[in-house]
Design a protein around this ligand. Structure first.
Ligand SMILES: Nc1ncnc2c1ncn2[C@@H]1O[C@H](COP(=O)(O)OP(=O)(O)OP(=O)(O)O)[C@@H](O)[C@H]1O
Ligand SMILES: [Mg+2]
Length: 260
């Protein structure tokens, strides 16, 4: 797998949606600037509606910025959509598998789309299903699998394209806690093994602290309330860190204790 080689540079990013029914404007993201280094593992936390998923839509080129920019290796996801084919993979809250395709064929689908040779598709999809402990279920259909197993297929599908950047949007929050913890660990271990840049959106602070090299806290309209590097903190100070981030989230203002 190719390790991520370029930073993600977000500069003065702004995204305004105009509601079709009311005609009102909603500023989902307002003047966000953030630089994410190759191979970094970032957890984004923020209240509901603060613009987290919108940032992902902009990163994968589904939406274009109202103002400001996102560039990855000098290219912009919306304008250079084709340059990013197979480079960014997303795991969503729901598995988004195709019910009429077997687990194997679901993992193969993005490989087909990026034009990987048939035999390589088959081999790579099987390798990844095996890696996720699903070799016996390659020919099973999503309805025959548990929620955790389906999300494993989704993880296999994401890694199989050998992406430079992995995005996980509340990917494990619909699962029971034990399964969620286990899959989160799998995801993080794989992202580290392949040196991918990974961004994980979560509502749970515990989850963020457990996985991130860096925790980014968004306030309303994705304003940057905190940008915490876990390596700056001793384990003994984690309770303080937790409290300060919690406070930041609640009050929607930066907390001086988070400056290091
Ligand atoms: N396509 C769209 N059209 C209009 N408004 C939108 C659209 N997408 C998002 N919004 C609005 O932008 C704001 C940010 O939404 P977003 O989905 O990014 O929030 P979020 O942080 O992911 O929330 P959650 O934690 O609930 O998933 C919300 O007010 C939402 O209603
Ligand atoms: Mg969301």
């Amino acid at each position: 797998m190719t390790a991520a080689s370029a930073p993600i540079e977000i500069a003065q990013l702004r995204k305004v949606f105009r509601q079709t029914t009311s005609g009102q404007s909603i500023t989902a993201i307002d003047h966000l600037s953030l630089r994410i280094e190759p191979g970094e593992l970032i957890a984004i936390v923020g209240k509901t509606g603060c613009g987290k998923s919108t940032l992902f839509d902009l990163l994968i080129g589904l939406e274009h910025p109202t103002a400001g920019s996102i560039t990855i290796g000098g290219k912009t996801p919306y304008d250079d959509f084709n340059a990013f084919r197979g480079k960014i993979a997303t795991i969503f809250q729901q598995d988004r598998l195709f019910p009429w395709r077997s687990a194997l064929d679901n993992v193969k689908l993005p490989l087909e789309l990026i034009g990987i040779a048939d035999d390589v598709q088959q081999e790579r999809a099987l390798t990844w299903l095996k890696r996720l402990g699903l070799e016996k279920f390659a020919n099973a259909y999503p309805r025959e699998l548990s929620g955790g197993m389906r999300q494993r297929v989704a993880i296999a599908r994401a890694f199989a394209v050998q992406p430079e950047i992995l995005l996980a949007d509340e990917s494990f929050s619909a699962l029971d806690e034990v399964t969620a913890n286990e899959l989160r660990k799998t995801f993080v271990d794989l992202a580290r093994e392949f040196k991918s840049t990974a961004i994980l959106i979560t509502h749970q602070l515990e989850e963020a602290m457990a996985v991130g090299d860096r925790i980014v806290v968004f306030g309303k309209s994705a304003t940057l309330l905190a940008d915490v590097r876990m390596s700056d903190w001793d384990r003994a100070d984690y309770p303080l860190l937790r409290e300060a981030i919690q406070n930041t989230l609640q009050a929607n203002v930066p907390d001086a204790r988070l400056r290091r």
